[in-house]
Design a protein. Structure first.
Ligand code: NAD
Length: 499
């Protein structure tokens, strides 16, 4: 059973001369075909978005009505959780254990949350009287214009709603470019916005290759803001592209999350938590905990428990509820991971678990990598510094808490970190980590009311949280004379009222 998806431009579904075939990374079966856009479609989508913005229907719609429409879409998504979760698992191989709750459930909750904060948002505030001029002041928060939203394949729906939820709530127009490997849920979301009555041109979707389609969109002179999730390399190129026009940019990029087990941790819990941190979503998560830092004094005990638990991980069909880890999105990404295995071994790391491609029934088709653990790793090795984006954990040892913190912070990234131990000790360590998110005795806790994003090269700005809408508005200060003209004391700087 497969389905066809079109581009969505100016409220119309549009087919093109060429299609992507979306195939399951577990079975290589055809899941859907998707119209393949090119740069001319980006031009058409940006023109439609700009036209709809200038025409003004959506941005002049009262915020509560915009919020109500977003809420309708959230409810429709929530009602379709099971169906969309299965579609997501078939499309990108994320396991059904995570696609329902995280990919679809959290996306619906995120839209509901943004609708709620949009209702209470201070779209316009009156400030204090301005003396001695005198004047009154108001601050108006208005939409920026055309927003380009560019999203990846690993968690496509959540990374989409993080952007288009607040963008639409604020009255912007959007051109969304899903990843060419996993565009289906963003396109399903567009179907729901269309059905809910979003005016034509306010949301447009162009599925196309990163180069040239994504780059054409992010550099388009008609785009006033780019919101991007993906690799740090592309994030940097978007930032460079945006310099000339001072385009607004938010970036959610890579990570190399350090997960510190303290001396006083509950080891059973910490070991299970470490596997959850690293292997959830097949390890294809920017916030994954990929560097496990353990005290040298307890190395053997922790490693024995970690390897015993890790060897029970079930790799296989992502649609089976019993599966813990599914396939890798593509042959390219699988080969990239396998290359890292060779690099790690050449640099002196030792494979303690996995380290290859599984064989046997169920693995003859698709793209697979065994859940893998490396030991004898030092923080200068590439396997400890670069984002591998697969079910791969590296274990490092430390001698003191200060050293653990130093190793954790010794990275160009700063998205996520975790600490396992007594709450008092773990919290002290958490406060010293250079990271946008720190989880104490848990991991992957993502909630609409809390910000998601990173320090350093992990990004710019935050998604979600109470300030999500701030990233999608311009602030305008309007000052109004309250002097009656001639009494305005400021004029006296150049005009002498006595003359
Ligand atoms: P990517 O950054 O190339 O792709 C992400 C999105 O950007 C896709 O929609 C893609 O089409 C688009 N894109 C690609 N090149 C572009 C350009 N020059 N200008 C504008 N848009 C462009 O990521 P990838 O190739 O899918 O994965 C490579 C690595 O990136 C992964 O191994 C992983 O390390 C990292 N990654 C991180 C995240 C994350 O959530 N932070 C997500 C996906 C990938």
């Amino acid at each position: 059973m497969s389905n066809h998806y079109s581009l969505y431009i100016d409220g119309k579904w549009l087919d093109t001369d060429d299609n992507y075939e979306i195939r399951s990374p577990a079975t290589e079966e055809l899941v859907a075909t998707v119209a393949k856009g090119d740069v001319s479609h980006v031009d058409a989508a940006v023109a439609a978005a700009r036209g709809a913005f200038d025409e003004g229907t959506w941005r002049r719609t009262p915020p509560a009505e915009r919020a109500a429409l977003i809420n309708t879409v959230a409810e429709r998504l929530a009602a379709r959780t099971e169906e969309l979760a299965a579609l997501q698992s078939r499309e990108n191989g994320a396991t059904i254990r995570i696609t329902g709750a995280l990919h679809v459930g959290l996306s619906a909750a995120q839209l509901q949350y943004v609708a709620a904060i949009a209702r209470d948002y201070e779209w316009e505030t009156t400030g204090p009287a301005i003396e001695p001029v005198p004047a009154a002041g108001i601050v108006v928060r208005e939409p920026i214009g055309v927003v380009a939203a560019i999203v990846p394949w690993n968690i496509p729906l959540l990374t989409t709603v993080w952007k288009i939820g607040p963008a639409l709530a604020a009255g912007n127009s959007v051109v969304l470019k899903p990843d060419e490997h996993a565009p289906l849920l963003p396109l399903e979301l567009a179907r729901e916005f269309d059905a809910a009555g979003l005016p034509p041109g306010i949301l447009n979707v162009v599925t196309g290759d990163g180069e040239p389609v994504g780059a054409h969109l992010s550099g388009h002179p008609g785009v006033r803001k780019v919101a991007f999730t993906g690799s740090t390399a592309v994030g940097k190129s978007i930032l460079r592209q945006s310099a000339d026009s001072i385009r607004r940019v938010t970036l959610e990029l890579g990570g190399k999350g350090a997960n510190i087990i303290l001396d006083d941790a509950d080891i059973e819990m910490a070991v299970d938590g470490a596997l959850f941190a690293c292997m959830a979503n097949n390890g294809e998560a920017c916030e994954a905990g990929t560097r496990l830092l353990i005290p040298r004094s307890r190395r053997d005990e922790i490693l024995a428990k970690l390897l015993a638990r890790a060897s029970t991980l079930r790799l296989g069909d992502p649609l089976q509820p019993t599966t813990h880890v599914g396939p890798i999105i593509s042959a390219h990404q699988r080969d990239r991971i396998l290359d890292y295995f060779e690099i790690a071994k050449a640099e002196g790391a030792t494979v303690a678990l996995g380290g290859g491609v599984p064989d046997g029934p169920g693995f003859d088709k698709g793209y697979w990598v065994e859940p893998t653990i490396f030991v004898d790793v030092t923080n200068n090795m590439r396997i400890a510094r670069e984002e591998v984006f697969g079910p791969v954990l590296v274990v490092l040892t430390y001698d003191s808490t200060d050293e653990a913190i130093k190793i954790a912070n010794d990275t160009n990234y700063g998205l996520s970190a975790g600490v396992w131990g007594s709450e008092e000790n773990a919290l002290q360590v958490a406060r010293r980590l250079d990271s946008g998110m720190v989880w104490v005795n848990n991991w992957h806790v993502i909630h609409p009311a809390y910000p998601f994003g990173g320090y350093k090269e992990s990004g710019l700005g935050r998604e979600g949280g109470p300030h999500a809408i701030d990233e999608y508005v311009e602030e305008k200060f309007i000052s109004i004379d309250r002097s009656g003209g001639i009494e305005n004391k400021a004029f006296a700087i150049v005009i002498d009222p006595a003359v």
